[in-house]
Design a binder for this molecule. Structure first.
Ligand code: HEC
Ligand code: HEC
Length: 139
């Protein structure tokens, strides 16, 4: 029997989505699952270790900013609400993530570029190099 390779890809993706969804409803120890609810570019089932590494090394350090540059504080608790999309900087960061993925794919021929992967040729830091506005216009 000949299996359509496209079908295999669909099954593989469905499995990833399914296990990702299962991880949020299962009662597993917190280090095995994640509680992220609003990931649109990063894989939904990313480990908390990988996500933290991206937020700190790829975003905070590359842009020379703190978490609150992109993440808004919850009005009642005053704590950062990481899932909130209130700050425009978060939306811009998402589009920058997509742009960075695109540059690696199109111009550096990396097949499956992922933010945070050591495979990437161009990263946030390539342009930002420690500053939030590399064109000098933002401040
Ligand atoms: C340059 C902007 C930026 C900075 C700085 C940043 N983040 Fe994020 N963060 C994002 C974006 C964009 C997303 C959503 C990614 C996506 O949609 O895949 C996100 C998602 C998250 C999430 C997942 C929330 C959810 O439930 O969906 C957590 C947790 C988080 N960030 C924590 C942090 C922490 C902690 C810091 C500081 C150490 C930090 N972030 C710094 C842009 C940033
Ligand atoms: C090809 C170069 C380039 C890459 C790669 C890049 N950026 Fe940017 N980024 C810029 C430039 C230029 C600006 C300033 C734009 C402006 O002044 O509005 C900027 C601005 C930003 C801002 C501030 C926007 C604002 O107006 O408040 C954020 C947040 C940001 N980038 C996040 C990221 C993140 C996160 C990554 C990696 C996923 C990234 N960028 C990768 C060039 C780049």
């Amino acid at each position: 029997m000949k299996i359509n390779p496209k079908l295999l890809v669909i099954i593989a993706l469905a499995t990833i989505v399914f296990t990702g969804a299962a991880a949020t409803t299962d009662l597993k120890p917190s280090e095995e699952t994640n509680t992220y609810v609003n990931l649109k570019v990063l894989p939904k089932n990313i480990s908390s270790k990988d996500l933290q590494k991206i937020m700190v090394d790829d975003f905070e350090d590359a842009l020379g900013v703190s978490c609150n540059f992109c993440h808004a504080a919850d009005k009642s608790t005053g704590k950062l609400d990481y899932a909130s999309d209130e700050k425009p900087e978060k939306a811009i960061a998402r589009s920058m993530m997509r742009m960075t993925i695109g540059i690696n794919k199109k111009y550096f021929k990396i097949k499956h570029p992922m933010i945070g992967s050591t495979e990437l040729t161009a990263t946030c830091n390539t342009c930002h190099n420690g500053v939030p506005f590399p064109d000098g216009k933002g401040n």
